[in-house]
Each structure stands twice: as C-alpha cells, then as structure tokens.
Design a protein around this ligand. Sequence first.
Ligand code: VG1
Ligand code: CO
Length: 540
Amino acid sequence: MTVIKTTPFEGQKPGTSGLRKTVKTFTQPNYLENFVQAIFDCVPELRGSLLVLGGDGRFYNDKAIHIILRMAAANGVARVLVGQNGILSTPAVSALIRKYDAAGGIILSASHNPGGPNGDFGIKFNSANGGPAPESVTNAIYARTQIIDNYEILSAQDVDLSALAKTKMSEMDIEIIDSVRDYQEMMEMLFDFSAISNLFKSGMTFCFDAMHAVTGPYAKSIFGKLGVPDTSLINAVPLADFGGGHPDPNPVYAKALFEKMFSEDGPDFGAASDGDGDRNIVLGRKLYVSPSDSLAIIAANAHLVPGYNAGVKGIARSMPTSRAADLVAEKLGVPYFETPTGWKFFGNLLDDGQITLCGEESAGASSDHIREKDGLWAILMWLNIVAARRQSVVDIVNAHWKEYGRNYYSRHDYEEIENTKAESVMQGLRDQLDDLPGKVFGAETISEATSFTYKDPVDGSTSENQGLMVKFESGSRFVFRLSGTGTVGATLRLYLEKYEPGDGKLDGDLQETLAPIAKIAAEITKLNALTGRVGPTTIS
Ligand code: VG1
Ligand code: CO
C-alpha cells in the first residue's frame, strides 16, 4: 500500500447528482483519487464492509474502476461487487446495495451529459439505504476535499472486468457480477410479465431507445423475456461516447424515437432511458407523455400492478414538477410532498414509509422498491398498466385528463450561459419576490412569489434556495432554478405550468397554451436582455 501526497482541487462539490466535470478535469493526476479518498474518509463504515461499484460505460469508466478498486483495497473495504465490464445502471446499484446489505455504492456516471474524451464524467456515492448520499454526507465529502493532503492506494494488477468471477486484491474480495440478473429478478417480482408479454403477442408494436447508454443490456434481457424482438430496441449497444449524442431522453436528443412515434405508421408504445438508466420517457402514437403526467398516471393506476396492489401510501414530487400527482393523491386520500430537485430528497420519506411513489419533471419516477429513480421500472409500470386496462397509452392519458384535468407543463432550458448572467436573472427575481403578489399581468394576477425552502419532515433538516416560484391566482405558475448538473457555464431552467379542468380545453397546443406564462416570466426577469438570448436552447 502506498500513501500518496496530494493537494486539494477547487470545486469538488457534488451537485444535484454527484460530482460532474469534464473528462479533462477528471483525468488530471489525483483528481479522481482525491474525491474517492474523501468518500472513504467521510464514510468510515465502508471499512470492513461491502461496496457496490459500476457505471454507465462512458469513456474513463473502466480506468476509474481500476483506480477505485485499488483505493478500496488500501482503505480496508472487505468486498466489492463490480458489474461485468464495469456496467451497472444507477437503479441496479441501488437494488444491489439493498439486496446484499452493502455499506454503500459508487456509480460512475454523468447521466445525461455527453461522453467521450471531450465529454463529461461523474461520480456519485450512494449510502447503505441504496439512495444518493444526503446533503450532510456530500457536504462532508466536499469539506474533506478542500483539506485533503494524501490518499491511500494499493499497487496491484488490473482485474479482468469481463469475466464473471471471484478474485482477490490483497485482502479484499472482488466479485464480477452479471450487471442485469438481480435487477431483472426484482422487476419480475413487481410486474405481471405474462400479461405484458400477451400485449406483445397480440401485436402491440413497440420501440425502445437505449441511446447507446447503459440500459442496452438490461433492455435486451428484460424485453427479450417479454417477447419483444431485438429490432424494436434501437441504439441498444452501450458506447463510450453514446454515439456522439447526449443520452438525454427528450425531443431533441431522442430524435430517432420521436420521429418514429410521430410518423404515420409509428409504433403503439415508445420509450427511452438516459445515460445511467435512471430516467425514462414514454410515448404513445403521436403523443409524448409529459413526465409530470406520467408520475400522476402511474400513481392513479398503481393498484393494477401486482407489486403495488396494496395501494399507494403517499406521493412525493420535486418542486418544479407539475401538480398533476398532487391531484391524484388528493383523490386517493393519501399525503403528498413537495421536495427540492434531486433524488436524495426522497430518501427519508421512502425510508420512513411515508410515500410509495415519487418523481421529477425531468423524466424520473420510481417507488419504494429501491432508492433511486428507475427508468425501466417506469416503462414496465406503463406496460403493465396498458395490459391491465386494455387501453392504449393515448387513451389512458386522455382519460386521465378528463378525470383530473390537465396540467399543461413544459421546461425551457437556457444552456451554457455565463454564470454572472444566469445569476443576475435569479438575483433580479429574488429582489422582486416581496413586491410581486397582487401585480396583474394580462389575464393573470400573482398570488405568491417565494424562494423555495424545504424542511425535511423526517429529520427536520432544511435546504434553502431551491428555486424561485411565482404562482398566479388562476393556479398557473412559473419557476426558475439553476441546474446543478452542467459542466459548462450555467443552465437556467424555466418551468411553466397551467392547469385546465377536466371539462375545459384538453387538446390545446402545449407551447401556445403556456406562451402567456412564459411571456410574463420573461417580462418580470428581463430574461432576454439579461441572458442575451432570444429563446431557450432546449424545450422539453
Ligand atoms: C437534473 C434534473 C433533476 C435530476 C438531476 C439528476 O438536475 O433537473 O431533476 O434529479 O438532473 O438526474 P439539474 O440540477 O441539472 O436540474 V440524472 O438522470 O442526471 O442522475
Ligand atoms: Co440519469
């Protein structure tokens, strides 16, 4: 074992979902090592325990795994489960931590960010409950990176990651495991696989886009078992650079899928997942199901799915996510919660048994089966609901809107703007919050304007500055927040929502319907002048 002297790097503060930086930043000598040592220093339970390790297969995944294994051995970890070829999706890591009582897991992923030598890399630490480390832990890790002066590493040969085998590195046991098996077993317990395969037997057409990211092998195995032909799975081979795209399932980056689904003879059911397999989108014929609606529809129909036939205890959603899920919770008579953006904020509610389902507008949904969002789970949930209701995706969405009303919803992203410009938009709005209530803009009157602070109902911890929210008397609202996952400049997110009751106009054009709210948001914040942009970079 060697103790290597090092000096701190600036900026190793985990964001919404782990530490994300360019590959160039991560591959500087000692950069990854410092952060990993900080994890071992702040989570002493890892010594003598089990660690789960894997990633989304992006460039530098394998090299990082070899480094982390040598550091784990030097830091006294007893045993490591590593996904074959270094591949494990984020939900699979969460499932493995829980199933095998690991003290934690390390996931190498920058999720939807582009990969390759000129792309991004990332590292996330998940705790013993299987969920993203809470802020108390990520703050401690960050504090440690600021004063770190050495790290421990073993000199050892690289382990063969390709063969399913058990081996040893000094005292530490290493097991290379099937990336898919345990996860798939869990899915087979939760869902009615025979009902879903009957859907395909009866001729339902399907297309799943793995975006050359981690879900390829999971999709081949799980959908294969359900009788889906390989030709219905596109971009299903994980590539280190995701084929040059962003593995972000939205209309811009999942273009091939959207084109298929909006064509004249497109499939009945479409879906995609992101870089690390924790997010999902679902589409029907010529219909993209808004992720906020998806959460609500899953909640309203969960009782039809074997794993959830006992019903839903409660529902949580991130603050910018639309209120559609709240309406379902109200009807079910169960509690609902509004948390800050980022999956770590759902952990306590799930552990405490207060909620069964949770989700985010950014295409993340999951349940208490693990402590991460879960892309394939959400798609299987939809397939099971389609099978149980014997209705198409389109019919299910329309019926839902009729019953609950429609929360028209869209997110406008202003990407890669200068940090100072993004901050000036936020500060400008923050300064006006107290004066906005009562002001009239066209048909809308502002009822409330606040900076979102979350008080965790389980441990009482508070998280401030989680986004600026402006609500109107009509029930519409907009939210501004700065992204915590980007690596270049700042990304300003504008979230728009307008509610239309079930007997109102449910088939309006989404962007047209939201345009008046977007206009007010831009006017109040002087958005275009301050950012120097005429409009958003990405609309989802
Ligand atoms: C984004 C999403 C957020 C999600 C996060 C991580 O964060 O908005 O809802 O939890 O990505 O998802 P931000 O801070 O950029 O808005 V993933 O799939 O990248 O692990
Ligand atoms: Co992800």
